[in-house]
Write a protein that binds this ligand. Structure first.
Ligand code: NDP
Length: 246
């Protein structure tokens, strides 16, 4: 079972991995776990102070030095992603993995109350940004001996649910996007898969379920085996699959 995967200590040694939404929640933990297993992590997110705190934690632990990319997926254009890809290519030569983790819940509301701006933000941040980013990064991912692209879905990315509006639709779109890329790049060195984290103790989860006791939930650390498996070479032959992290 992948969610019981035991990652070797040096699983990601020598690999460079980009994590979006690395400042908090699941993305922060993934960045720390990837670094702990030897990766050089590129921390992307919208709040620089949070990225710096993760950078400092990585440094204090003695892991490979991280890099910081402050970027708001809401306003970023294809140009920003192309510039970012060039910077990564110049600095590292190639990229071994991308974890598309950043996302917003937007507003949970009855369908009749969905506002155009909130809808557009959810689609922009959760789908369009990751699409443009992947497009820009493909050449530098193809320079790696074996590269892993991981998208993040949700239970509502498989089956729609009342009041989950734009978030649910953005996660359906994420799964569709991942399948298109996975199919198209099937014969290349770039594999593409999806993770459904399951209920996890983060800020987003408590926004969605304010009355829930967070202590009843798995932590971000608990779900890391699936994330490590998909970033390391043990998953080299996996493509176009969706993994439940719990
Ligand atoms: P959090 O809200 O705790 O963290 C989300 C991260 O994404 C934050 O670091 C945030 O940055 C970043 N982010 C949000 N918007 C942007 C943006 N416009 N540009 C750049 N970065 C941005 O969420 P989780 O850790 O809970 O969720 C991570 C992923 O897992 C999401 O894709 C979510 O949909 C998915 N997921 C989570 C579940 C759960 O139970 N927690 C269940 C199913 C799926 P900042 O801190 O600066 O706002």
């Amino acid at each position: 079972k992948v969610h019981d995967y035991q990652a070797p200590a040096d699983l990601l040694a020598g690999k460079t991995i980009l994590v979006t939404g690395a400042g908090e929640g699941i993305g922060r933990q993934a960045a720390l776990s990837f670094a702990q297993h030897g990766a050089t992590v590129i921390l992307l997110g919208r709040t620089t102070a949070k990225l710096e705190a993760v950078y400092d934690e990585i440094e204090a632990a003695g892991y490979a030095q991280a890099a910081i990319v402050p970027l708001d997926l809401k306003g970023a254009t294809a140009r920003h992603y192309k510039d970012m890809a060039s910077t990564i290519e110049n600095q590292f030569g190639h990229l071994d993995g991308v974890l598309h983790n950043a996302g917003i819940l937007s507003i949970l509301s009855p369908f009749s109350h969905i506002e155009e701006n909130d809808w557009n933000d959810a689609l922009q941040i959760n789908v369009t940004g990751p699409m443009l980013m992947t497009q820009a990064l493909m050449p530098v991912l193809e320079k790696a001996p074996s590269a892993s692209v991981v998208f993040t879905s949700s239970g509502v990315g498989r089956k729609g649910r009342a009041y989950w509006g734009s978030y649910a639709v953005s996660k359906f779109a994420t799964e569709g996007l991942a399948q298109v890329i996975a199919d198209e790049y099937e014969t290349t060195s770039v594999r593409t898969n999806v993770i459904n984290p399951g209920a996890t103790r983060t800020k987003m989860r408590s926004k969605a379920y304010p009355a829930e006791d967070p202590k009843t939930l798995k932590t971000a650390l608990d779900i890391m085996p699936t994330y490590l498996y998909l970033m390391g070479d043990d998953s080299k032959n996996e493509n176009n699959l969706c993994f439940d992290a719990q």
